[in-house]
Design a binder for this molecule. Structure first.
Ligand code: ATP
Ligand code: MG
Length: 450
């Protein structure tokens, strides 16, 4: 069974136990890290291809930034009183004594690149996308990895509310292309630097009435970063937040107007959405529109994609005031939802046929091996996926391997075929056999049968 998030639950405990005891036979991957084998990779490629195509269709082009950055970048952008900066970053010093951090997310790095190369001078408006690994030292739990993957877009250099909707539409188009039905788009406005402080005070006052009932973390959040209370996954805290006033009721005229255009554009393009009046995000840099795409197949942590507008981020890290909006989709989370939907729809989860060779060459007798190797290379030259036995197995065992690999054709090469210079090609599905002295003819038959 394919497990996009292996290494959790019992298995994780066993690995952790082994590591702690130091008695494992082999060194194990650190907790929260996952290997990806060829079969699993197929689904990743499917998801990545769907994302790349949709991103490019919408005019977003790929940017690849380094996996680690100067720690100050994340502290300044994500915010000190956030889960990520407080406890989830992999931070260490390099030989020059600079504090560096494995990227916990990619928006800050993209903005850093935008500023470092002063793109605002040459091409202010830019649309980028990225796909890659992120690192967060999270408590091992279902669905959480320490190296996980995000795919996301960033539209930089504009305050246009239509872009908020464009980015969401791009995300839903990726999910539609993959056949992931059942997702829900939730949006909210969290105001700007003008109206947010006022709402913060109101929220603090209202939530103080429930202080004793809040979880321990939220009690502290009340003082440090009250918006985080709205983001808490604790059941009781979720109940309490229903009683506090909505962000929308306390945002300024500008923010309301922005939100109105956003909602209108949703209607124009026929994209369903719901307003979640208490939706906030776990990072400090958001302003105005925030959004999430959730999926019911996911349980309590149901967000598969999250984003919003961050008009102050670039100025916070030293650049000129620049509007920007984007999202990050959790790839493992999206994959879990997709697998569940496919399971429910009784669709096959993984099509592994692309891993099978076109031809497996079976050599009869050790003396045929070099001849087979030469033939294999001629066929590969013609673009055919060909393999042979490299374990010096007897003929029968080689046939078994050909079956196991689901090879579409086999070539059986013995002394007779070698002497006559004939190739015996067998179609493993129909049993049909073709004999030819010409490798080009073999290539033609195989290609014509794809
Ligand atoms: P959460 O409150 O779920 O931790 P977040 O605010 O930390 O969310 P974002 O930074 O907005 O998350 O990341 C967007 C998405 O990336 C999440 O909704 C989730 O699907 C995925 N994600 C975040 N952290 C992890 C992780 N440690 N392992 C797997 N996926 C993750
Ligand atoms: Mg988190």
């Amino acid at each position: 069974m394919y497990k996009p998030l292996g290494g959790k639950g019992k298995k994780a405990k066993k690995i952790k136990g082994n590591m702690e005891k130091g008695n494992d036979k082999y060194v194990q991957a650190p907790l929260g890290m996952k290997d990806l084998f060829p079969e699993e990779r197929l689904l990743w490629v499917e998801m990545e291809n769907a994302a790349r195509e949709e991103f490019e269709i919408a005019g977003y082009h790929e940017i690849r930034t380094p996996v680690f950055e100067d720690t100050r970048l994340f502290v300044r952008s994500i915010g000190e009183a956030t889960d990520i900066v407080e406890k989830e970053m992999y931070t260490f010093g390099d030989s020059a004594g600079t504090s560096i951090t494995l990227r916990p997310e990619n928006t800050a790095s993209v903005m850093r690149a935008y500023l470092q190369y002063e793109l605002y001078k040459t091409k202010k408006f830019q649309k980028f996308y990225y796909i890659g690994p992120m690192f967060r030292k999270e408590r091992p739990q279902a669905g959480r990895l320490r190296q996980f993957h995000q795919m996301g877009v960033e539209a930089i250099g504009s305050y246009d509310p239509l872009l908020d909707v464009e980015t969401i539409k791009v995300a839903t188009r990726v999910y539609d292309r993959l056949g992931l039905d059942g997702y829900v788009v939730k949006i909210n406005t969290i105001g700007c630097e003008k109206c947010r402080p006022g709402y913060r005070d109101i929220l603090k006052k209202e939530l103080s009435n429930y202080k004793d009932e809040l979880c321990e973390l939220c009690k502290a959040r009340l003082e440090r970063n009250v918006f985080r209370v709205l983001d808490c996954k604790n059941k009781k805290c979720k109940e309490i937040r229903k009683n506090v006033s909505n962000t929308e009721d306390h945002t300024c005229k500008d923010c309301l107007e922005h939100f109105k255009i956003v909602k209108g554009a949703f209607e124009d393009i026929g994209l369903d959405y719901t307003v979640d009046p208490h939706l906030v995000r776990g990072l400090d840099y958001y302003t105005k529109t925030v959004y999430e795409i959730t999926h019911s197949a996911m349980g309590a942590r149901d967000t598969i994609c999250a984003g919003g507008r961050y008009d102050n981020l670039i100025s916070d890290i030293g650049g000129p005031p620049t509007g920007a909006v984007g999202f990050a989709a959790g790839m493992e989370a999206s994959m879990i939802a997709l697998l569940k939907v496919r399971e429910k729809n009784k669709e096959s989860k993984l099509d592994t046929s692309s891993l099978a060779p076109d031809i497996f060459i079976v050599s009869i007798g050790i003396e045929s091996r070099n001849y087979c190797f030469k033939l294999l290379n001629q066929l590969r030259q013609g673009g055919i996926r060909v393999d042979m036995d490299y374990e010096c197995r007897p003929t029968k065992a080689q046939m078994k391997i050909a079956n196991k690999l689901n090879s579409r054709f086999t070539i059986i090469m013995g002394s007779e075929e070698r002497e006559k210079g004939v190739i015996k090609l067998k179609n493993m599905q129909t049993g049909d056999e073709n004999f030819s002295e010409d490798t080009d003819k073999i290539i033609e038959i195989v290609k014509g049968n794809r």
